[in-house]
Each structure stands twice: as C-alpha cells, then as structure tokens.
Design a protein around this ligand. Structure first.
Ligand code: XIL
Length: 363
C-alpha cells in the first residue's frame, strides 16, 4: 500500500458543517477544518451518555471533530454483556451521529485486559479455545465491516513492570490463557472479518523521557517487529498520548526518534487518546493552561513532522467530561475539574485548543 497522506486520510470530509453566521465560532477555524486542510485527522472520544443530552457538547463534537471513537461503548463489556448476546445499540447511536455529521469513526477496542464482561473470567478458565477471541471479533468487526476507518485490535499488551522477558503484560487474562499468541490470533481474525479497515495496535505511556517509558518503547517495537516478520496484518501503531505535564518528563528528540523507528517499519501512526494531565501543577489555572498548551504544541509539532502520522484524537473534547476528573491518581482532591482537553467546561476554546490549531496549521 502507498503511504501518502492522501491515502491515509480515508474518506475524511472536505468541508466541515456550516456554521451560522451569528455564531462567534464561525470566524474561527475548527480543528476539523485545519486538520483537513493539512490531510490530517482531528477527532475525539465520545461520551455516549452525554450525546444528544447535552446540546452544547453535542454541537461541539459535530463541528470540531472529523473522526469519532467511542470512549467506552465499543468495549466487550458493553458489546457482549452476556455470553453470545450482543448489544450494539449505544455504538450504533454514535455511528448514526457520525454519519449525520459527515464524520468517520474508529473502533476501540477488540481485545483488552480491562472492560471485559463478568462471565469472561469463567469462560477463560481451564483450557479455552481461541474461539473466545475469534468468534467475538468475527461478530463485532463483521458487524461494522466496511464502516470504520480503523480498529484498535489489541490494546495495552505490554507492561514491562511485570517481569516478563519480552515485556508482555502477563497479568492480562488473555496472556494467562493464550500466552502472547492471542495478539496475532486477534489481528488475523480482524483482517478476516473486515479486510479493508486499518488494524492498529494501541499502547499507553510510549512518549515520556523516562526509563520506564523507554522500556515500554523497546518492548513495543520488538513485538511489532516480530509480528510483522510473521506477516501478522498490522497497519499501524496507536500511541495513546496521555501526557502528564507535571509528572512525566517529555523530550522532543526522544519522541521524534521513536516515531521514526515506527515509521521505518512501514507502520501508520495515530495519536489515539491525547490529553495532558494537569495534576501536581500550580494552583493558578491560567498558568496550568499555558503549560498544557505549550506541551501540546511541542508534542504535535514533532508528531506532524513524521509523514506516517495520520492525526490525533483527543480523549474527550471538553474538560466537563474528561475521565481524568474521575480517575483516581489524576483528579484534584478538592473536586476541581482537570484542565486537560482543548475545550473548557463551558465549551470555550482554551489555550490548548489554540496550540493544537497552530500545530495543525503548521504555523
Ligand atoms: C477509559 C475511559 O475514559 C473511562 O471512562 C473508563 O472508565 C475506563 O477507560 N486507555 C484506554 C481507554 O485505552 O479505553 C481508557 O478509557 C483510558 C486509558
């Protein structure tokens, strides 16, 4: 396949939604249109239970994002709550919303150690057949066949902290049942079920300038190399990109060198879950917003200078619904919201938005 930008941006729409001339937003460029002009993608994870319920949020998603991904409702727990009983209702709501707004959509995620239904534990006990992976993927990826830009087929298979020589996450129920083979089983099943959709391996904590991120980078690269050598159908690496402005050092050179290693393997790259945690930062929100914005700009500038990077999705779009205000280690103890996404609690642009816009515009 030819790796030009034009080919990479599958079906991205040329024009964003029309905006009313009275809207103050009409004079600003949207992230969606800026991305589109550069043949890149910008999109966001969707909080399904706010969609259609919170009109401001719904409108923001429609106008700003060119590609959507479900934050939760395309995980196995939601799609197969009881064995062999599938429920695509919530996923389809997001799909229809995307269709109405001329947006494309990606799938997240087929095989992960989290967000699994309760029955799965028993089903994986003993010596399970790999049908527990292949039948699920055939059903789910088959259901969405031809409708998605890409799938995160396997999520977070690496955890160098767990003592495995190759850095596999050995505590994953999938690893426990199948060893590392579950990864290739999943990719082959996904290719069979939906031959034209891009298949991504998605991983967290790949970008920091710290020793433990270095271990994860090298384990991930080795794993990808091994899989590609065996002709496992992997099209790209998803770099989650949950940055932590005050906790994890970031270095342009380190990140850029890593991206080059991935692109040299012929893989596409997507920043799949971008946000910048502000916990441990100064009390003054203005200062935190400025720090977050400048890190966002540096990060995206490096990313967009690698020709295999297809674009970026933020994990949410407004601070109002960010998971980092609910997630233990990253929420402010006094109940203040985390300020980690391009739009504020009241859906206004933040410095992070302007920094991202400038990065997309290459200005
Ligand atoms: C998170 C969601 O944002 C939360 O709402 C949920 O409670 C847990 O999962 N890496 C991933 C995502 O791949 O699926 C996670 O999403 C965030 C970390």
């Amino acid at each position: 396949m030819n790796l030009t930008r034009r080919n990479l941006v599958l079906g991205a729409l040329a024009t964003p939604l029309a905006l009313s001339p009275t809207s103050s937003r009409a004079v600003e460029a949207s992230l969606r249109s800026a991305a589109n002009n550069r043949k890149l993608l910008y999109g966001a994870a969707v909080t399904e239970d706010a969609l259609g319920i919170d009109p401001q949020y719904t409108n923001l998603l429609a106008t700003e994002a060119g590609i959507l991904v479900a934050e939760g409702v395309m995980k196995r727990k939601t799609l197969e709550p009881r064995k062999n009983q599938y429920d695509f209702t919530k996923a389809e709501r997001i799909w229809r919303f995307a269709q109405r707004n001329g947006q494309i959509m990606r799938g997240h995620t087929l095989v992960w150690h989290e967000a699994n239904p309760f029955w799965l534990k028993d089903a994986l006990a003993g010596k399970p057949s790999d049908k527990i992976i292949t039948e699920y993927i055939s059903k789910v990826a088959g259901h969405f066949r031809g409708r998605l830009h890409s799938w995160d087929v396997v999520n977070e298979a690496i955890e160098p902290d767990e003592g495995n020589d190759q850095g596999y996450r050995v505590s994953s129920p999938w690893y426990e049942a199948f060893g590392p083979d579950y990864i290739e089983i999943a990719f082959h099943a996904a290719r069979n079920a939906d031959p034209d959709t891009l298949l991504f391996y998605n991983e967290l904590n790949l970008e920091g300038d710290v020793w433990w991120a270095e271990k994860r980078r090298s384990a991930t690269l080795k794993m990808l190399e091994t899989l590609l050598k065996k002709n496992v159908p992997i099209d790209g690496l998803g770099i989650q990109s949950h940055l932590k402005a005050y906790r994890v050092r970031y270095d342009d050179g380190v990140f850029s060198a890593f991206l080059k290693e991935v692109s040299d393997m012929g893989l596409r790259i997507l920043l799949t879950e971008f946000d910048i945690a502000d916990i441990d930062g100064p009390d003054d929100p203005v200062q935190r917003d400025a720090d977050v914005a400048s890190l966002a700009r540096r990060y995206l500038d490096v990313a967009f200078s690698n020709p295999n990077v297809q674009g970026c999705l933020t994990w949410g779009i407004t601070d109002k619904y960010s998971w980092l205000s609910r997630y233990d280690n990253y929420m402010w103890p006094d109940g203040r919201l985390s300020r980690v996404l391009p739009f504020s609690e009241d859906m206004r642009t933040k410095p992070m938005h302007d920094a991202m816009l400038a990065a997309y515009q290459g200005s």
